[in-house]
Design a protein around this ligand. Structure first.
Ligand code: HDE
Length: 710
């Protein structure tokens, strides 16, 4: 039975008044007229033409004809959930925001995760950045922290965003490929816009193919400001750290998951919440004092740079829990509108030129997506506090503003709504001193494009480095134009020579010694070209272990899915020992039988089958267990897909445990020669298996796994 979190929050209560439940209700038109037949139109005779008079048909069809709205230009594919944020400790010395000072609050949140490039119906496991957008319904108004699962972005200036997106989206002449960066136009752009290289190498890493939306980090990316009650500013970067650690699938799995269950991430999030395994993230902040603004080897305003945690530690200040699935996808997940411009007193922007552009774009885009400047009145977008101003009318006005006046100042309306005093919690912008000339350029302090991708690559574990090399090889291998691939090889060599050589080998090309200048073309035609070229990489930090997934948490198997391969006659005692222990740790145990319905164990009890082998794939599971039972194993041996299932599980470096006759099945597979592997368990206690699942994968197996012909 699904566990429900009944702790109500203010936003949940607010949404309730808009919910509609048709249970035990009669069907009506939109005008409340009771409907007796919704199956047949009004006709001139039984076999005659339909009458124009048929207002029931017209209402139904007209609504249907208009039930689509434009999908988001980017981040169209998304999944969302409700929850709340709790503060562990006050950070009043940095921020006066109630959400950061009041530890008694439970602030309602709505969080939407997304891929970037694909359309609304595209598969979840595309190699892509993931959006991580959080709407905090605070007592001082709504704050949106609209971030990604990678701590940096592809470009430095909002002016480049349409170019970036046009390059990665399907090519305009043939609308191919869907939800994939592996094509010529993207690499044509990347290879001429060197500022993209940092985010790009992250996109080539395992971060771009998460095991679960619940197992990825989130980042605000830009440097923001926190403002305290004295009006003092500190720079801040926001981090979300998942309680379950950061884990990913392999590219081979991603490709197969997209076929086996293209809703894999959406389903995983939904199922975890329904099962009462509420996803949790801790909120961390990196604080930089105002006077330290220029102390780094990179510019804090440059969104293609991260501040390594090894230089400025992340201070954990609170926790977010997602505990409720939306009632309706369209009303909530599709209509939610996130705006980086939604901030609250105690938080402010910086001059990051990407952030500045975003402040315009998100409001603008809602107008074409949701169709009206009143989009804030849609239930999911309404703040939990009252709103009053003189904005009026517009399409779909849902409020009924009272009174004679819609201007300020007024006397006829008693001067209302009146201005808030600062002491009443009004917002005012941080008073930053500015003495500058108006200029269309890029700061030279943004020019270093190679140091941080190199730091990222150096910080990875060997298995992660291999995945990065494979990803570059795959992506560039899909490009047709040699000059684009060669440019990329040269640029990758500026990050790491070995990496570039490895990719070149896979592409059957040589790393060129030089490429035509300029390298960085993301500058104006009259700009001094030399001034804007990226310098050679600097090494201001040898390694940042925090950037590697090998340093994440490996202490839980909660919600991990374990496939139990069994048929009639499987050993009940083997099965029970494993099932009990695994479920005690929060794992989800699923029986995969040769057919649907039920199977009987050797104690003649009936067991519900979770999936027949024909309807499922190994890539949808985290580990495999095969209980003994002679008859069961003989039957499994008859079905070749079980062999594929086991081989693939091995190929993807997952844990496998077998008991008794289960070993016979294992012996028919590729695994038979590698039973001494650290994550293969033959007739062993369940503890080792549990630890191996908690470790996510046995990456040491990669060289052997690569040989599995699955
Ligand atoms: Fe977005 N982005 N973006 N973006 N973005 C949108 O807004 C845009 C950027 C991010 O779940 C759009 O409502 C510009 C960075 C997320 O609804 C649009 C620039 C980061 C989401 C838009 C950026 C993001 C969006 C499309 C460069 C991470 C999904 C629909 C100046 C910090 C939010 C919409 C959701 C969505 C514009 C860059 C994250 C078109 C112009 C950097 C998570 O307004």
């Amino acid at each position: 039975m699904a566990k429900k979190d009944n702790s109500q929050n203010k936003k949940t209560e607010d949404l309730k008044q808009f919910e509609k439940d048709a249970k035990n209700k009669v069907m009506t038109t939109n005008q409340g007229l009771k409907v007796n037949d919704t199956n047949n139109s009004l006709k001139a005779g039984e076999r005659g033409s339909t009458l124009l008079e048929d207002f029931l048909l017209r209402e139904k069809i007209t609504h249907f004809d208009h039930e689509r709205i434009p999908e988001r230009i980017v981040h169209a594919r998304g999944s969302a959930a409700h929850g709340y944020f709790e503060l562990y400790k006050s950070i009043e010395k940095y921020s006066k925001a109630g959400i950061f000072t009041d530890t008694n609050r439970k602030t309602p949140v709505f969080v939407r995760f997304s891929t970037v490039a694909g359309s609304k119906g595209s598969p979840d496991l595309a190699r892509d950045v993931r959006g991580f957008a959080v709407k905090f319904y605070t007592q001082e108004g709504t704050w949106d922290l609209v971030g990604n699962n990678m701590p940096i972005f592809f470009i430095q200036d909002a002016m480049k965003f349409p170019d970036l997106v046009h390059a990665v989206k399907p090519e305009p002449n043939k609308e191919i490929p869907q939800a994939a960066s592996a094509h010529d136009t993207f690499y044509d752009f990347v290879s001429r816009t060197t500022e993209t290289l940092h985010n790009h190498i992250w996109a080539m890493s395992d971060r771009a193919i998460p095991r679960s939306l619940r197992m990825m980090e989130g980042f605000g990316i830009h440097t923001f400001r926190l403002i305290n009650s004295e009006g003092e500013s500190h720079f801040v970067k926001f981090h979300w750290k998942p309680k379950l650690g950061v884990h990913s699938v392999t590219w081979d799995e991603a490709v197969k998951i997209n076929g086996a269950d293209s809703d894999f991430h959406r389903r995983d999030l939904w199922d975890a919440i329904e099962a009462g395994h509420f996803p949790e993230w801790e909120l961390g902040i990196q604080i930089v004092a105002q006077e330290d603004e220029h102390k780094f080897d990179f510019d804090l305003l440059d969104p293609t740079k991260l501040i390594p945690e090894e230089l400025v530690p992340v201070e954990i200040i609170g926790k977010m829990t997602l505990n409720r699935n939306p009632e309706n996808f369209f009303a909530e997940t599709e209509q939610v509108a996130f705006l980086p411009g939604h901030i609250i007193p105690g938080i402010d922007f910086t001059n990051d030129p990407l952030l500045q552009g975003r402040l315009f774009s998100y409001r603008d885009t809602q107008l074409s997506r949701l169709g009206s400047p009143n989009f804030h009145q849609i239930p999911i977008n309404r703040p939990i506090v009252e709103t009053h101003n003189n904005q009026r009318d517009g399409q779909m006005q849902m409020d009924i503003p009272k009174g004679q006046t819609a201007y300020f100042p007024n006397s006829l309306g008693g001067g209302c709504p009146h201005m808030a005093k600062m002491a009443e919690g009004a917002f005012n912008s941080y008073e930053e001193r500015i003495d500058a000339k108006k200029i269309r350029t890029r700061s030279e302090s943004f020019n270093d494009h190679f140091s941080q991708p190199a730091l990222f690559y150096r910080s990875l574990a060997d298995w992660e480095k291999q995945h990065v090399a494979d990803a570059y090889t795959f992506e560039l291998g899909k490009c047709k134009h040699k000059h684009i691939k060669e440019r990329m090889l040269w640029l990758i060599a500026q990050i790491n020579k070995d990496l570039s050589q490895q990719v070149a080998k896979g592409l059957g090309l040589k790393v060129p010694n030089t490429i035509e200048q300029p390298i960085n073309q993301a500058i104006g035609a009259d700009a001094e070209v030399e001034k804007h070229q990226p310098p050679k990489q600097k090494n201001y930090l040898d390694k940042a272990p925090s950037l590697s997934q090998s340093t994440t948490k490996f202490d839980s198997i909660v919600t991990r899915k374990i496939a139990v391969l069994a048929s009639d006659g499987f050993s009940m005692s083997d099965f029970t020992a494993y099932k009990k222990a695994l479920e005690k740790e929060g794992a989800m145990v699923k029986i995969i039988a040769p057919h649907g319905g039920t199977i009987r164990c050797d104690e003649n009890m009936e067991h519900e089958v979770d999936a027949s082998i024909m309807t499922t794939e190994s890539v949808l599971f985290d580990a495999v267990y095969i209980p003994g039972g002679k008859k069961s194993i003989e039957m499994l041996k008859e079905e070749p897909k079980y062999i594929k299932f086991i081989n693939e599980t091995f190929k993807h470096c997952k844990a496998i445990a077998v008991d008794n006759e289960g070993e016979d099945l294992l012996d028919t597979t590729f695994v038979s020669k590698y039973k001494n592997d650290n994550a293969i368990f033959v007739n062993e206690k369940v503890n080792g298996f549990i630890n191996a699942i908690a470790k996510h994968r046995n990456w040491d197996r990669m060289p052997i796994a690569a040989k599995v012909p699955a």
